[in-house]
Design a binder for this molecule. Structure first.
Ligand SMILES: Nc1ncnc2c1ncn2[C@@H]1O[C@H](COP(=O)(O)OP(=O)(O)O)[C@@H](O)[C@H]1O
Ligand SMILES: C=C(OP(=O)(O)O)C(=O)O
Ligand SMILES: [Ca+2]
Ligand SMILES: [Mn+2]
Length: 654
């Protein structure tokens, strides 16, 4: 820093140093000259602020500025983006130009073309004439400025995170997801009862695609992110996300793997593209549409269209669905799980539905975080699909979850939280907007993240269930058949509508702990998991992160500190060789002691004051399991008939 170092005066206070225009100041005499800035106008002064940056950040918006051979790549990038945004029915493609439309005026002023202020006028919208400005892979700082300036309800919090609103939708809309059924997917995918894949035809997809593309091109500017999925370099997928909000661009910047400048230069054509026109509704006259929200997946075209929802999780989980299709084709198992690794290289997977503790328990100060939500298990080991984490932050506390707390800083997207209007301190207990408040941050914001996010084969497979009935033990050791039974069942029971007073817990069964995202029949994933666990000698565990001492309303949620102790004992191996007893009905092996956990809570019957009600509740849950599993009784799992029989026998017996 040759000219900007500060000079201390007698009081030790820094003097601000500036520079005279004509007179290049030498280092020897810089403290004796009263300096003035090297600019004639404020605009020139502003120009001085910015150093020319890496080639991947957008250039000033005149396309004619492209000159050198380096810019040949930029031109190709623009052509590629232009192709992405092109209408498939009109001849003339969109005129795509890089950069912020507002910056045009800045550039003009400085180049002395015109000194008077040019006010941007409302463009006459004519798709054949107007430009669509592309804000390509902006940095978090640039996205903050865009978001705060243009997106109502977007603010900087006291700790530097970007707080924003996701609009009317504060969660995913699984009923509005559609998958194109064509001659290929008709046979490959899981359709019908229980499947998340609700069909649509190719034509309706194209209608929605065109609607999204037209909407995007009607805007002054769109955001484009080119990023990667999967830390396994051999199975990396290139994704392009076209969106309308800086919030969406920053969210995906955090959640997908961020390319280096070099990787971005050679990005080429994406393997998959998302058109996020979530601010614009779908047309209910379009065939297959049952609401004004539609999330449409076309595997043949390698495209996804989002209309009518701004919830950013749709993009994250939409891409996860794509991975659930692409990876099994390569003999790689895609997993809805968190993953971490001990100092000795012991890897654990944490499966579970939303809110059961994948993110909380995989973020462990004593272990390396590989990822909190989406992974692949190949012949080489595990790899994270994503480049970031998406933590629930309702009731978040610094004491209980320090690593997540500290990750909520500059760069982090905070969705739907409530904060003090002046100090901008977040109140994590406030559910005024939604209970599903979220923080999305790059994985390196967790201090002990394992970079690159890959690891060896898992040693422990932990199935998390938040049992609001309070009858499942805090921890059980599972046989392989039991692991498969519970993996296919995918049970959790959250409490519905906490605001409306005490309600019955709602049992949810979601195959593979992620039925909303799988694309093939659940038994196909289960077979791969069984094979991998068998081959690697991994142990399965069932951990109840839910209620103890009674159902929701009577009992209380198991203390996070106790669950962490249980997880510690699994990781250390100490729980493998301790004393066990078998529970009635579910036939689960439960330890009699776990270090740091009161022994009486390990068998839930001890914690219920009314044993009769306990037994009734246990039976009720067992019946729910049995009913749910009925749809799977006709399926064979893997090549082994014996395993299929064992799995069927591994459920509750009553
Ligand atoms: N015993 C417990 N184990 C795990 N999480 C708990 C426990 N008690 C309370 N929680 C809370 O439950 C939530 C779990 O959510 P999260 O880890 O984000 O789930 P997921 O990643 O599986 O969607 C967190 O808010 C966490 O603080
Ligand atoms: C992002 C999600 O994941 P989870 O709640 O499992 O963290 C979701 O289900 O929308
Ligand atoms: Ca999570
Ligand atoms: Mn998840």
């Amino acid at each position: 820093m040759p000219t900007s170092g500060s000079i201390k005066n007698e009081n030790g206070v820094s003097k601000i140093e500036t520079q005279k225009k004509e007179n290049k100041v030498s280092h020897e005499n810089k403290d004796i000259i009263t300096l003035t800035v090297k600019a004639q106008t404020i605009d020139e002064l502003h120009l001085l602020q910015k150093k020319k940056s890496a080639p991947t950040t957008p250039k000033v918006s005149q396309p004619t500025l492209f000159s050198s051979s380096e810019d040949e790549l930029s031109k190709q990038q623009l052509q590629s983006i232009s192709a992405s945004l092109a209408s498939l029915t009109r001849e003339s493609g969109p005129k795509v130009v890089k950069g912020d439309p507002d910056k045009r005026f800045e550039a003009q002023r400085v180049s002395h073309v015109s000194h008077h202020r040019i006010t941007p006028t409302i463009a006459v919208s004519d798709s054949a004439l107007k430009f669509t400005h592309v804000l390509y892979n902006l940095s978090p700082a640039e996205l903050y400025e865009q978001a705060i300036k243009y997106e109502k309800g977007t603010f900087m919090t006291s700790r530097g995170a970007l707080a924003t609103l996701s609009g009317a939708k504060t969660g995913r809309s699984p009923r509005d997801k559609r998958v194109v059924k064509d001659h290929v997917t008709e046979n490959e995918l899981w359709w019908g009862k229980g499947s998340p894949n609700i069909e649509m035809d190719e034509h309706s997809f194209m209608v929605n695609r065109e609607r999204a593309v037209d909407y995007l091109n009607s805007l002054d500017k769109v955001f484009v992110n080119d990023q990667f999925l999967n830390w396994d370099p051999e199975n990396r997928i290139k994704v392009r996300i076209v969106s309308t909000r800086a919030y969406h661009s920053l969210f995906m910047h955090n959640m997908c793997i961020r390319p280096s400048d070099e990787e971005l230069k050679n990005f080429g054509t994406p393997d998959f593209t998302i058109y996020n026109a979530g601010q614009f509704p779908c047309n209910r006259y379009t065939h297959y549409m049952t609401s004004s929200t539609s999330i449409d997946l076309n595997l043949g075209r390698k495209e996804m269209v989002i209309l009518g929802t701004q919830y950013a999780g749709e993009m994250k989980k939409g891409l996860f669905s794509v991975m659930h299709y692409l990876m099994p084709k390569r003999q790689i198992l895609s997993l809805h799980s968190g993953c971490n690794m001990g100092k000795a290289g012991d890897v654990a997977l944490f499966f579970g539905l939303s809110g059961t503790g994948k993110t909380t328990l995989s973020t462990d100060h004593n272990r390396y975080l590989i990822g909190d939500d989406e992974h692949c298990w190949s012949d080489k080991g595990v790899s994270n699909i994503e480049g970031g984490c998406y933590a629930k932050c309702i009731d978040l506390s610094r004491e209980k979850e320090p690593d997540i707390w500290n990750a909520i800083k500059f760069g982090t997207v905070l969705e739907n939280v409530v904060f003090d209007e002046h100090i901008r301190e977040v109140d994590y207990a406030d559910k005024s907007v939604t209970e599903n408040t979220r923080a999305a941050y790059p994985i390196e914001y967790i201090p002990n993240a394992k970079l690159p996010c890959v690891g060896p084969h898992p040693k422990n497979v932990i199935l998390l269930a938040c049992d609001a009935f309070g009858v499942l033990p805090p921890v059980s050791k599972l046989s392989l058949a039991q692991t498969m039974y519970h993996f296919i069942s995918g049970y959790t029971a959250l409490v519905a509508g906490t605001e409306q007073g005490i309600k019955e817990p709602q049992a949810t069964f979601s195959a593979c702990f992620g039925a909303a995202f799988i694309m093939l029949h659940p038994t196909q994933y289960a077979a791969m998991l069984a094979e991998k666990m068998q081959k690697q000698g991994a142990t399965g565990w069932l951990v109840n992160t839910g209620w103890s001492g009674g159902s929701y309303g009577c009992g209380s949620r198991i203390k996070l500190a106790y669950t962490r102790k249980i997880i510690d004992a699994i990781h250390s191996g100490s729980l493998l060789n301790t004393e066990y007893k078998k529970t009635e009905i579910f036939g689960l092996e439960i330890p009699t002691e776990v270090e740091g956990v009161p022994s009486e809570i390990l068998d839930p019957v001890n914690t219920w004051s009314d044993k009769k009600v306990y037994k009734e509740t246990l039976l009720k849950l067992a019946k729910l399991f049995k009913n749910n599993f009925e749809t799977f009784t006709n399926y064979k799992i893997g090549k082994d008939n014996k395993l299929t029989e064992d799995i069927l026998a591994a459920g509750p017996i009553f």
